[in-house]
Design a protein. Structure first.
Length: 365
């Protein structure tokens, strides 16, 4: 009986091996191996339902007469509302111009008052602020300000957090359960290692501006790519395009498109945290050529393919490690050997308009 059992066990082992199955049921056949994903892809849009979810226009950096802008808070809100923006954060320098329903209780900054009364010859009554109700406007208002005693830093969902160093400001924002974003990095000469350490140590530091007030600092994107080359695929850094508006001519050239199931405060915050957005730059604003739009992104991890569908663009560039690695709607990772730990898509439209995706983290298995 023992010999017979041994023969049966050997036969069963040979049978399983011949079929390509291990003794624990794992398929070891060549065909099964081909089905295993060759790439691990961090897809920020994984949970987006491109057919059902809606796209909402947002700006996270603008100024008023509460700091150094020349438009009153309610005039800034009205201007963005007229252009169809759904989400807005007023980020006056070291001032929290919030809530919108209490604008009338605020006073203009001494700088704005002096400028408007002596230079622009504006009458004092024009410096009176009016309240605005975001719910009646169908908008989401985000509490924010621009901390300006160091590398400028957007602070959201928190009070000042104002200190003399970025590191201590970030600690204050975290203590208030806020979010942060680095503004116009191209203005500064910080080493890339400084940025990398900052992002690795601060989960609530969600991203940085890659377009600011049109495209004042093209280095913004070079810095972004350098950061991504060091932090990805494990630590994404989301890219944003913001007006940094100080006057009416600045409004409407830069925006972000949040792709969300609904327009609500909780979903806007989640979208900021997890990269449920793409960014847009339109040099001529809303009066110029329409900017590209993204309608769908599909990721096939098994075959290492990222495919994009959109409108209003003439060419799609795929960028990795700071350089263009491919052109076209579809990127096949196996066809490229020069890839860094991420890729991102940049859609070029008419009139030098641009739309850009968030980065996809990639790792060959």
């Amino acid at each position: 009986m023992l010999a017979a059992g041994l023969v049966l066990a050997i036969f069963a082992t040979l049978f399983v091996s011949a079929r390509g199955w291990s003794d624990d049921g794992t398929d070891l056949s060549p065909a099964a191996a081909e089905l295993e994903p060759r790439w691990s892809i961090l897809n920020p849009y994984h949970d987006v339902d491109w057919e059902a979810d809606r796209q909402y226009k947002a700006n996270f950096h603008t100024h008023t007469t509460k700091s150094d802008g020349i438009m009153n808070p309610h005039a800034v809100v009205d201007a963005y509302h007229q252009l169809g923006y759904d989400v807005l954060s007023i980020t006056d320098h070291d001032e929290v111009t919030y809530p919108w329903t209490a604008f009338s209780r605020l006073e203009p900054s001494a700088l704005s008052s002096a400028r408007m009364l002596t230079v622009a010859h504006i009458m004092p009554r024009s410096l009176r602020f009016e309240d605005r109700d975001p719910s009646r406007l169908g908008m989401i208002a985000i509490q924010g300000n621009e901390l300006s005693m160091h590398h400028h830093l957007g602070s959201f969902y928190s009070d000042h957090g104002r200190t003399t160093t970025v590191e201590s400001s970030l600690q204050a924002i975290m203590a208030a359960d806020g979010l942060a974003m680095l503004f116009h990095p191209g203005r500064y000469n910080r080493p890339i290692a400084w940025y990398v350490d900052l992002y690795r140590q601060n989960e609530h530091l969600i991203g940085l501006e890659v377009y600011n007030q049109g495209d004042r600092y093209p280095r913004d994107r070079r810095i972004w790519d350098s950061i991504l080359s060091a932090t990805m695929p494990d630590r994404p850094v989301w890219g944003y395009s913001n007006d940094d508006a100080h006057q009416r001519s600045h409004i409407g050239r830069n925006w972000n498109v949040l792709v969300l199931p609904e327009l609500s405060a909780s979903w806007v915050r989640r979208g900021m945290e997890t990269g449920l957005s793409y960014f847009v730059y339109a040099p001529d604003g809303h009066s110029g050529p329409a900017a590209p739009m993204i309608h769908a992104i599909e990721v096939d991890e098994s075959n290492g393919v990222i495919e994009l569908a959109g409108s209003g663009y003439e060419v799609v560039q795929w960028i990795s490690a700071g350089g263009v690695v491919s052109l076209g709607d579809t990127l096949r990772l196996d066809e490229h050997h020069e890839l860094g730990p991420y890729v991102r898509a940049k859609l070029h439209g008419r009139g030098q308009t641009v739309a850009g995706t968030q980065p996809f983290g990639i790792r060959r298995r």
